[in-house]
Design a protein around this ligand. Structure first.
Ligand code: GDP
Ligand code: MG
Length: 392
């Protein structure tokens, strides 16, 4: 039988971000190594983290790029996105659901283009707390280290973070992974900073259960499993649930709840879980749908929204949009084409401007006022928005 998950500490979702090759995956492996040596985690080697996610023989599992560990005060799920494109996609779709982030900056190279892009994106999707790992400090001289620290603080401040106060910790993921005691201590300082600086988020555990589906897996002999982070509420073994959105609509019963391969009696907002659904065929459920308490949410196609067009410097469009604009809308873990109608008297909205528009989606998805979304076209984010009023 599988081990049961025992909830003894607050759970947080964090992740590494930063420019390619600055050492995110090495640092992630090193964190698991250092904590495993202290008895509060399992070492996950570099090539297990860096491998592309795939359905594996590990049984019910969540996305492979997640690792878990515990500090003295918290349980963390940590996501290390394999590449820049994955990072952008996971941040925008909300799949990452980060309560805080570790920005990895090489102390040998400093701020690079993806460093800045990731900070911008983190701000856009509402990641409020960032701790900086000044990585590769083993090979950097102290003057350069100070200069780069200033540069990073400035970048973060420019995006609305508390650049002056947030922790910046020189580390060496590589040396810590090799067991060097100096750099092991540095890594523990980084984790202390994360524990202290990233607050335990307020979870909506009392709301009706909702989980946006991130992945769908088939476990031979057991049935269909959906994975994702619980957005709100709680779910218990035996609970009835509805699966809906994107043309789907079915009811099921939760017959298994697991987190990182361990069974749970119930999961709550913020938990990364796998749910086994009774009598559901694999083709009946897909990424982007939600699993929710029956009757607690409905699907819609039309709504008014506050839409903010990113300016060109932020990677947005060069030209404005007019009525009839049809980009792709990224809501929770799914995406769907949508038509934008501008208010009467507005013919053009320019990059950098905000408008209240009417959106009509190509398919009905679960929606409610306040839900935020991203708008993309041609592989880049061009706008961010929030639902105001649901129309139909
Ligand atoms: P990622 O693309 O940000 O995930 O970076 P990786 O973790 O794959 O590391 C990129 C390269 O930097 C690899 O060759 C690592 O061995 C090297 N590296 C990572 N961390 C350190 C470090 O702390 N010190 C040094 N000297 N090299 C490092
Ligand atoms: Mg990597």
């Amino acid at each position: 039988a599988k081990q049961a998950f025992v909830r003894t500490k607050p759970h947080l979702n964090i992740g590494t971000m930063g420019h390619v090759d600055h050492g995110k995956t090495t640092l992630t492996a090193a964190i698991t190594k250092v904590l495993a040596d202290r008895g509060t985690g399992t070492f996950v080697p570099f090539d297990r983290i860096d491998r592309a996610p795939e359905e594996s023989a590990r049984g019910i599992t969540i996305n492979i790029s997640h690792v878990e560990y515990e500090t003295a005060t918290r349980h963390y799920a940590h996501v290390d996105m394999p590449g820049h494109a994955d990072f952008v996609k996971n941040m925008i779709t909300g799949a990452a659901q980060l309560d805080g982030a570790i920005l990895v900056v090489s102390a040998q190279d400093g701020v690079m283009p993806q460093t800045a892009e990731h900070v911008l994106l983190a701000r856009q999707v509402g990641v409020e707390h960032v701790v900086v790992a000044l990585n590769k400090a083993d090979g950097a001289d102290s003057e350069l280290l100070e200069l780069i620290e200033l540069e990073v603080r400035e970048l973060l401040a420019a995006h609305g973070y508390d650049g002056a106060e947030l922790p910046v910790v020189p580390v060496s993921g590589l040396r810590a992974l090799e067991g060097d005691p100096v750099w092991t201590d540095a890594l523990l300082r980084l984790l202390d900073s994360v524990d202290a600086y990233v607050p335990t988020p307020v979870r909506y555990t009392d709301a009706p259960f909702l989980l946006p589906v991130e992945n769908v897996l088939t476990i031979t002999g057991r049935g269909t499993v959906v994975t994702g982070a619980v957005e709100r509420g709680r779910v218990r073994l035996g609970d009835k649930v509805a699966v809906l959105g994107y043309g789907g609509q079915l009811e099921s019963v939760v017959t298994g709840v697991e987190t990182f391969g361990r069974t749970m009696e119930s999961a709550e907002a913020g938990d990364n879980v796998a749910l086994l659904l009774r009598g559901v065929q694999r083709g009946q459920v897909r990424r982007g749908q939600v699993v929710a308490a029956p009757g607690s949410t409905e699907v819609h196609t039309s709504f008014t929204a506050r839409l903010h067009l990113l300016d060109t410097a932020q990677g947005g469009r060069r030209t404005g949009i007019t009525g009839g604009y049809r980009p792709q809308f990224y809501l929770r873990t799914g995406d769907v084409v949508g038509n934008v109608d501008l208010p009467a008297g507005t013919d053009l909205v320019l990059p950098g401007e905000t408008v209240t528009a009417t959106v009509t989606l190509g398919q009905a998805v679960p929606l409610e006022p306040g839900l935020t979304f991203a708008v993309r076209e041609g592989g880049r984010t061009v706008a961010a928005g929030a639902v105001r009023e649901v129309l139909s």
